[in-house]
Each structure stands twice: as C-alpha cells, then as structure tokens.
Design a protein around this ligand. Structure first.
Ligand SMILES: Nc1nc2c(c(=O)[nH]1)N[C@H]1C(S)=C(S)[C@@H](COP(=O)(O)OP(=O)(O)OC[C@H]3O[C@@H](n4cnc5c(N)ncnc54)[C@H](O)[C@@H]3O)O[C@H]1N2
Ligand code: MOO
Length: 411
C-alpha cells in the first residue's frame, strides 16, 4: 500500500517575532529627486540646515519696532510716547536703526532693524500727533518677532533619515533652499500569482472552476501605499519548474518578491519547495500564528526577501498589510514607525480567539460602535464591507462584547 504523503507546516513564529526577527538587510540605492517629486519619499540620511532659518530676525506682527525698555509701564492712562523715525520695507534690509525713544513702522515678516528688540502690535498704539505714537501696552524683549535662528540653526537636523517626507517637510526644505533631496529608490516588488485555476481579471467568461486573479491588483495597491513600485508578473501554474523559472527571474530584477498562493500543504502547493532552493539563507518561517494567514512563508534568498502569501485573497491582503508592507518599507529605507489612522470604539459582540494566535477581525463602525464581520477567508466582501479592523493579541483568548477596542481604519 502506498504510504500517504504527509506534508505539514508549523506555525512556529508569532507576528511580533516575524516583525522583530525577519529584518532583511537589503536597502535600495539612493537617488536625488526634486522636491516636487519627493512627497512620501524616504530620506536616506538626515537632512541638516545649511544655514540659520529664517536667517534674519523677522517681525511676526504689523506694528512698530521698538526698544522694549521704552514701553515698560505703558498703559491706556499713561502711554509711552515714541518718535517714528522711519519705516522698514518688506523684502529689503532696514535703512534705519531704532534708538531710545524712537520706533520704526514694520510689516509682518520684515527684518527687525538694528537697535530694536521687540515689535508692538499696531492695535496697541495710536498716533498722538504726526510723527509720534502712543504705546498703551508694554512689550518684553523678543515680543512680536522670531530670531534669525529660531526655526533652525545652521547644522541642526531638519528631518530624520527614514521618515517619509510629508507636505510640511517639503516646505521646510524649500525654505532652506534645498530643492533636491537624497531618497531611497522605491523598492521594486515582484507580484507573482500562482494557481492552475487562476485566470486574468480581464477573462470575460472563466471556465467552470476557474477564478479571476483578485489578489495581484490589490497587492499592487498596497505596495504603492508602502512606497514600493509593483511589478505584476502574471499567473504561474502549479508547477515546480514554472514557478522556479518565474521566481529566479524575479530574484534577478526585484528588491522584494511576493508570491500569492501555494503556501499551504496541499499536493499542488509548490511555493515552499521552490523558495527553499532559490537562495541562501532561505526560508525563515513557514507558518505564522495568525488568523487569517497561517500558511505564510518568509524567506531571504540571496538578499531578496520573499513573502509567500496564503491563496485566499482576503488572507493574502491581511497578511501583506501586517507583515509584507513593513518589509517593503524597510527595504525602501523607512525606519520610522508608521501611525495608521485609528479610532476607539466599543465592540457589540464577543470575538472568540485562541491564545497563542493573533487574530485580525474586520469591523463595521457606526457611531462609536464596532460590529465584527465574520465569514470564511475565501470571502472578499468581508474586507470591502469593513471600515477597519481590530487585532486580538496572541495572549488574549477573545474579546467580550462591550470591550473598548482600537480600530485601525482602512483608508
Ligand atoms: N489541510 C489544510 N488545508 C488548508 C489549510 C490547512 O491548514 N490545512 N489552510 C487553509 C488556509 S487558512 C488557506 S489561506 C489556504 C491557503 O492555501 P494556499 O496558500 O496553498 O493557496 P491555494 O490552495 O492555491 O488557494 C487557496 C484559495 O485561494 C484561491 N486563490 C488563490 N489565488 C488566488 C487569486 N490570485 N485570486 C483569487 N483567488 C485565489 C484559490 O482558488 C483557492 O480557493 O489553504 C487552506 N487549506
Ligand atoms: O490563512 Mo487562511 O489564510 O486563514 O484563510
């Protein structure tokens, strides 16, 4: 009698072990990009201020540049009288200096003239007679202005390495005259779909038993979200040689490889065998204690991280968000923790879970109440109906109805 073949994977790693322990060394190269193209790109090194910013002391109000001491004790009943000796023009060096008993009119943003150490807002002055103002409120030195190095002093770190550039970061770089920035190239991420039954989404009428590839295009979108450049490489049949060929090609031209399906223990599931022979050190784990997504595979093949995702599209997307996107970000130099948008909400049903396994549960949000969505991993609409998801940690054995939970929102 033929002995039944029995293959098995072990969920030997938890999600946190995977996130902390599977840290590929690979980083993309550095390229210079113009600010206009730098949004969300990742600085390869910290950016330092080439000079003081703003570079000269500036007024922050419309008013009069003064010596603060000349205004001490000023009030409505007992104003200080100051002689106006001139006006500072916007965008030009001041042509006058402020001496004791005098003031210069100044607009918001203009350079503070020599001798002045504060600016009185125009609202706290009035013209006593032509050429003389009354000041009815005292100012302290430094009031109504920013110092020449107050935004940044020369050499100070403006932006950290590894934090994707945001709109305000681009504004700061522009203000310092840095019109280009050195960033990591976008990691090129190969997306390989496998399965004899999987056909392109454009297939008008799949044969009975065939399914359209739902995963590749969705993974490509998540790759973009993680700062990568998706390289969708089509559908490979459940065949060792075909998959071996497809993955070898990808290793030569990509920074990360994502294989969807074929990670489980069925007779057609070739991913692990192919990945094991693809490069060193090879498979880091085959199996992660997560639901959905247990048959996940992580490998480093000659410096290229390989992520084998479960075939069910929903599971694939959940795992890629949890474990794949951090890998893409890391290879692309993003070392800063990502704050996903989230809200607190109250669960309206019990959520069961087993200890030792992390569960990702989709929820619908209505007025601060989170309703869990249940359904087989094969069902995509559980994801599309959801507003976000909650995580039941490894050490919890479920969450009771009424618990306050953190919901991570799908954007
Ligand atoms: N005996 C066991 N069977 C299964 C287990 C198990 O632990 N023991 N785990 C189940 C879980 S959980 C998942 S997830 C799947 C994962 O299987 P594979 O990664 O080997 O993937 P396949 O078997 O090839 O496909 C599963 C399912 O997904 C469909 N699929 C695959 N690719 C696509 C795609 N690109 N677009 C749309 N749908 C896709 C495929 O047709 C299958 O229906 O294994 C369970 N079984
Ligand atoms: O891992 Mo399966 O991915 O639970 O559906």
């Amino acid at each position: 009698m033929a002995r039944p073949t029995h293959r098995e994977f072990f969920a030997v790693r938890t999600v946190s072990q995977a996130l902390a322990g599977f840290r590929p060394q690979r980083r993309t190269s550095v390229e210079m990009v113009a600010l206009e193209r730098a949004h969300r790109r990742v600085p390869a090194t910290a950016v330092r201020a080439p000079h003081d910013l703003p570079g000269f002391a500036r007024s922050t109000v419309d008013g009069f540049a003064v010596r603060a001491a000349d205004t001490y004790g000023a009030s409505e009943g007992l104003p200080s009288y100051l002689e106006i000796t001139g006006a500072v023009a916007m965008g030009r060096p001041p042509e006058i200096a402020v001496e004791a008993g005098t003031a210069a009119s100044i607009p918001t943003g203009a350079a503070i003239p020599d001798g002045a150490d504060a600016v009185v807002m125009v609202e706290y002055t009035q013209e006593a007679m032509p050429g003389t103002i009354e000041v009815v409120r005292p100012v302290a030195p430094g009031d109504g202005l920013v110092r020449g190095d107050e935004d940044a002093s020369a050499g100070a770190e403006l932006l950290p390495a590894g934090r994707p550039l945001r709109a305000q970061d681009l504004g700061l770089l522009a203000a310092t005259g840095l019109t280009e920035v050195g960033v990591r190239a976008r990691p090129r991420v190969a997306i390989v779909s496998t399965g004899d039954e999987v056909v392109p989404p454009s297939t008008p009428e799949p044969a009975f038993g065939q399914v359209r590839d739902a995963t590749a295009v969705a993974l490509a979108a998540l790759v973009c979200d993680a700062g990568g450049e998706p390289d969708v490489r089509g559908i490979v049949p459940d065949d060792y040689d075909a998959l071996d060929h497809a993955l070898r090609e990808a290793v030569g031209s990509c920074d990360v490889i994502v294989v969807s399906a074929g990670s489980s223990v069925g007779s057609r599931d070739e991913t692990a065998a192919v990945v094991a022979g693809l490069g060193r050190p090879g498979i880091w784990t085959h199996g992660i204690a997560v639901r959905p997504g247990k048959p996940t595979l992580l490998a480093d093949c000659d410096g290229v991280p390989v992520i084998g995702l479960p075939g069910n599209p929903r599971s694939a997307l959940v795992v890629f968000r949890l474990i794949g996107m951090p890998i893409v970000r890391l290879v692309g130099g993003a070392t800063h923790p990502v704050q996903e948008p989230g809200v607190r909400a109250r669960l309206d049903r019990d959520v069961p879970s087993s200890a030792g396994r992390l569960d990702v549960v989709q929820v619908v949000l209505r007025g601060g109440v989170a309703s869990p969505l249940f359904g087989a991993s094969a069902l995509l609409t559980v994801l599309t109906r959801a507003d976000g998801y909650i995580i039941v940690d490894e050490d919890a054995t479920g969450l009771p109805s009424g618990s306050d939970v953190d919901v991570t929102l799908y954007r």
